[in-house]
Design a protein around this ligand. Structure first.
Ligand SMILES: C[S@@+](CC[C@H](N)C(=O)[O-])C[C@H]1O[C@@H](n2cnc3c(N)ncnc32)[C@H](O)[C@@H]1O
Length: 457
């Protein structure tokens, strides 16, 4: 019977016995098992039986054969590795062959990898780049890699950009974990774009916001849907500028409906999250996740009533119980680990998310109703976003402050907040809450734009 120990013994004890074992076990399961369990190979291992296995019809057998050939670390196998890299019909086998060529770190291998850069499969090209980057600094290698900045595949472009063209960061920017005092716990009554224009680059750690709903509520009147989307794009472009490297933006929106003007017209539905997404990608936000906020059916407007009565196909209108939280990260070559490493151990420890966190991207949370503001965030929604996407002491921003739920929650979780709100009615509402519960125990500044301008000078 084939066992790991038996394979190990044959491999180490007498040369050529593995060849016999392979000859005696031709089915793909046994062959894969043997090859998979060969582990590290002894120096004198005779691998001459391996190339024949590359004709096996099972791709797992071929994959493990290539891995084993790679372990031999022998340049003599380069032609066969090249042939497999170019011609096998399974991408994983081809990729493994390219990886094995790379691991040889040889001049001949370098030339083959350079040829492979022309491959049609971007995964194969990326693997070849990886192998070649070992020789970064070698002028021939650099000359073959740099032009890939214009490659049609985005992954390839990103690797090359990071390796050769990424700007060195300005050493004078504020340390990553810090924020300016004049932004801490401040609410400004002004247009958000006008206010953001006053801020320095990389001032804030996190933005969570729910923008106005096109013309679905009285506080949002835009001449056209296009003008509305462009307004949001202008907002998020500024948010991008003032966001620290690699940090997050979470936008809460949902498709909205503008009711019909009469029975002879139909209502119109606008897919806001999907329409704003391309703008965000274009301006340098990287898409990370789509979280669905799900509300109880009883809490939303009933649209299914008519259909329930007549059941006529085409007029089906489900009750809309979801909104999106689209999660984006400011594009950077740095990994998330870099962001996390900027914080000291104590802050990391203090910010750890406790048991009971949400494990899926469907967040079931009841909506919240307010006597003054018609579209407030539930505190639970803000809590999750703040806890999952910021550290204690961070500055979190809501450009569309509304009733200030983000500010209140940020404060309760040991973060600072910065809010802008254009409508004086809501600004005053936040101010009025200051005296009862909202921003107590901390000095919150409610400023008109002129006052804010003086503070930041
Ligand atoms: C959907 S509500 C946000 C509600 C908020 N999330 C809360 O929990 O109360 C959008 C808010 O954006 C404000 N707003 C609209 N346009 C604005 C602008 N250009 N600058 C700042 N605030 C604006 C509106 O007055 C409204 O209060």
């Amino acid at each position: 019977m084939l066992t790991k120990e038996y394979i190990k013994d044959l491999k180490n004890n007498s040369n050529g016995t593995i060849r016999q074992l392979v000859k005696d076990n031709r089915n793909s399961g046994s062959l894969t098992y043997i090859l998979e369990n060969l582990g590290q190979l002894p120096k004198n291992f005779d691998g001459s039986f391996l190339p024949d296995l590359l004709d096996h019809k099972n791709s797992m057998v071929r994959l493990w054969t290539i891995k084993t050939i790679g372990k031999l670390g022998n340049e003599e196998y380069l032609p066969i590795l090249k042939q497999t890299a170019l011609n096998d019909n399974d991408t994983n086998v081809r990729r493994e062959a390219v990886s094995s060529i790379g691991r040889l770190r040889s001049k001949k291998g370098q030339n083959i990898l350079t040829e492979i850069l022309q491959d049609n499969d971007p995964k194969i090209v990326c693997q070849a780049i990886r192998g070649l980057l070992v020789f970064k600094g070698d002028s021939k290698v650099d000359e073959s890699l740099k032009p890939l900045l214009n490659h049609e595949n985005e992954m390839v472009r990103t690797i090359i950009y990071k390796e050769y063209f990424a700007e060195q960061k300005d050493k004078n920017v504020q340390p990553h974990t810090e924020s300016y005092d004049y932004l801490k716990n401040v609410v400004v009554n002004a247009d958000t774009i006008e206010t953001m224009k006053l801020l320095k680059d990389e001032s804030i750690h996190l933005t969570f916001t729910s923008p106005p709903y096109y013309n679905a509520r009285d506080y949002s009147i835009y001449p056209s849907y296009k003008a509305y989307l462009e307004f949001l794009a202008d907002v998020f472009r500024e948010v991008h500028r003032i966001t620290k490297e690699g940090r997050f933006l979470i936008v809460n929106t949902s498709p909205i409906i503008i009711p019909r003007i009469s029975r002879s017209h139909s209502s119109k539905r606008y897919p806001i999250p999907f329409d704003i997404h391309p703008y965000l990608m274009e301006m340098g936000w990287e898409f990370i996740d789509d979280i669905v906020w799900m509300k109880p059916e009883a809490s939303v407007k009933n649209r299914i009533g008519g259909f329930q009565q007549h059941r006529k196909p085409l007029s089906y209108k489900p009750n809309s119980v979801t909104e999106y939280l689209m999660v984006y990260r400011k594009s950077t070559e740095k990994l998330l680990d870099w962001n996390i490493r900027q914080y000291n151990c104590q802050t990391v420890q203090d910010s750890k998310v406790l048991e009971g966190y949400e494990t899926t991207n469907v967040w079931k949370i009841d909506p919240c109703f307010d006597k003054v503001h018609s579209a407030v965030f539930p505190v639970e929604l803000c809590k999750r976003v703040i806890q999952y996407y910021s550290y204690k002491g961070d500055l979190v921003f809501d450009p569309f402050g509304g009733s200030g739920t983000m500010g209140k929650t940020a404060k309760s979780l040991g973060r600072y907040f910065f809010l802008t709100e254009k409508d004086e009615k809501y600004f005053d509402y936040m101010k009025s809450k200051k005296s009862n519960d909202m921003f107590e125990k901390i000095e919150t500044k409610f400023l008109y734009l002129d006052e804010f301008k003086k503070k930041i000078k």
